[in-house]
Ligand binder design. Structure first.
Ligand SMILES: NC(=O)c1ccc[n+]([C@@H]2O[C@H](COP(=O)([O-])OP(=O)(O)OC[C@H]3O[C@@H](n4cnc5c(N)ncnc54)[C@H](OP(=O)(O)O)[C@@H]3O)[C@@H](O)[C@H]2O)c1
Length: 350
C-alpha cells in the first residue's frame, strides 16, 4: 500500500525503482509485519542510498513490500537524486529526511548505504575512475555518517571482503571481522577508508557489514554472464583458485534490515551466503540451473586470467559475528542461487 504525502516536498524527489513515477512517489506505508528481529522500536524511517543498484533495489523492494511493518517510511535515493559525494547534497538530503513529520514519538531513523563505486578493474586502470572510487567509497560514507550524527540517525554501511588481508601463515578458515585488514588495490583501499570514516563519525550508531560475491536481479553480474556464456560457448575456463561465498542481494537485504531492527550494538560484522565455493563452482552451479552440463566449465587458475585489480584468493566470510548478534545467517549459497533463479528466471537469460 502506498500513501502519498504531498506536503513533503523533499520526498517528491525520491525515486524507488520499479515504483510509480517519481512525480507521484513520496512516502510509502507498509501494512503487515516484516520478518525481522524486533528491537522494540516503533516506526522506522528508512533512507536507502544507492537505491538503483543491485542491493539498493532489493532493500527498497523489501521495505515497500506488503510484508513491511506498519508505519515505516522509506526514502530511496539513486545517484540522480543525490550524489553521495556532494557534501551539501548529502547534508540537505539527510536533514530533510530527518526533519519530515514523524509518525510517532519513537520514530527511529536508519540510513542504509548501498551506494558505492563498484567498477573494481576500472578503478585500477583509469585515474578518473580511481578518484570517483575514492569519493564514493571513502569520502561519501564519511559524509553520510557525519550527517547521520547531526540528526541522530543510525547508519548501516555495506563493505567488502576485499578490505581483509591474507591470514598469517597462509591459513584458510572463515574470516572474522577482527582478522587483519590488507586491502590490495584502489577499490579495496577506498572501501576500508570508508569503514574507518563511518566508525569515526558515528562511533555508537553504525553497523558495518562486509559481504562478498554479490549478485542480484538488477544489473550485470557473474551469474548473468555465466548464463550468457553457456549459450555462446561450448566450454568455458573459469578461475578455480579463488574461494568465496556467493551472496544473493535479496538475502543480504533481509539480513541488513534484520540487523537494523535488532538491538545489536554498533560494530563490524560479516554477512554472506553460507558455505563456500570457487568462481568455477559458481559457474558450474549456474550451468546446472540451466540444465546444461556443468563439466563444460573447466577449472583454471588466476594466472590464466590476469585482471587489473587483484582479487583475494580466500574470501570466505565467517557468520560467527552475525550469530553472536542474535541474527540468522544468510541461507547457503547453493540454495540461494536456486531461489534467485526461480524467482528471477531472467537471471538465466544472460
Ligand atoms: N557486488 C559485489 O560483488 C560486492 C561484493 C562485496 C561488497 N559489495 C558492496 O555492496 C554494496 C552494494 O553493491 P552492489 O553490488 O549493489 O553495487 P551496484 O549494483 O554497483 O550499486 C551501487 C549503486 O551506487 C550508486 N552510486 C555510485 N556512485 C554514486 C554516487 N556518487 N552517488 C550516488 N550513488 C552512487 C550506483 O549508481 P550508478 O549505477 O549510477 O553508478 C549504483 O546504483 C557496495 O557497498 C559494494 O561495495 C559488493
Amino acid at each position: 500500500m502506498i500513501s502519498f504525502a504531498p506536503e513533503l516536498g523533499f520526498f517528491r524527489e525520491s525515486w524507488i525503482p520499479g515504483a510509480p513515477p517519481r512525480s507521484v512517489l513520496t512516502r510509502w506505508r507498509c501494512e503487515t509485519a516484516l520478518r525481522v528481529i524486533d528491537g522494540g522500536w516503533g516506526a522506522v524511517r528508512w533512507m536507502v542510498t544507492g537505491a538503483g543498484g543491485a542491493l539498493g533495489t532489493d532493500l527498497v523492494d523489501r521495505l515497500t513490500a506488503s510484508g513491511a511493518p506498519p508505519g515505516d517510511s522509506v526514502v530511496a535515493l539513486t545517484r540522480a537524486d543525490t550524489d553521495v559525494t556532494d557534501p551539501a547534497a548529502v547534508r540537505d538530503a539527510v536533514h530533510a529526511w530527518a526533519a519530515a513529520p514523524a509518525d510517532g514519538a519513537d520514530d527511529t531513523a536508519v540510513l542504509l548505504n548501498a551506494a558505492a563505486f563498484t567498477a573494481v578493474d576500472l578503478a585500477e586502470t583509469d585515474p578518473a575512475a580511481a578518484a570517483d572510487a575514492w569519493a564514493a567509497n571513502a569520502e561519501a560514507p564519511g559524509l553520510l555518517a557525519a550527517a547521520c550524527a547531526e540528526v541522530g540517525a543510525t547508519m548501516v554501511h555495506v563493505s567488502t571482503d576485499y578490505v581483509l588481508g591474507p591470514l598469517p601463515d597462509g591459513a584458510r578458515r572463515p574470516l572474522e571481522p577482527d582478522d587483519p585488514t590488507g586491502p590490495d588495490g584502489v577499490y579495496a583501499r577506498s572501501k576500508l577508508a570508508g569503514e574507518e570514516r563511518v566508525r569515526a563519525a558515528l562511533p555508537g550508531a553504525h553497523h558495518i557489514v562486509r559481504t562478498a560475491w554479490v549478485y542480484g536481479a538488477t544489473g550485470a553480474n557473474f551469474v548473468r554472464t555465466m548464463a550468457r556464456l553457456a549459450r555462446e560457448r561450448d566450454t568455458l575456463d573459469v578461475v578455480d583458485d579463488q574461494h568465496g561465498s556467493p551472496t544473493w542481494s535479496a538475502d543480504l537485504a533481509d539480513g541488513l534490515l534484520a540487523l537494523a531492527r535488532s538491538s545489536a550494538p554498533a560494530g563490524t560484522r560479516h554477512a554472506a551466503g553460507g558455505g563456500e565455493t570457487t568462481w568455477c563452482g559458481l559457474a558450474r552451479a549456474v550451468f546446472a540451473e540451466l540444465g546444461a552440463d556443468p563439466d563444460r566449465v573447466r577449472p583454471c587458475d588466476t594466472a590464466s586470467f590476469p585482471r587489473p585489480a587483484p582479487r583475494p584468493a580466500w574470501s570466505v566470510l565467517s557468520d560467527a559475528s552475525w550469530r553472536a548478534a542474535g541474527l540468522t545467517p544468510l541461507p547457503p549459497w547453493r540454495d540461494a542461487l536456486h531461489a534467485a533463479v526461480t524467482r528471477h528466471p531472467d537471471l538465466l537469460l544472460g
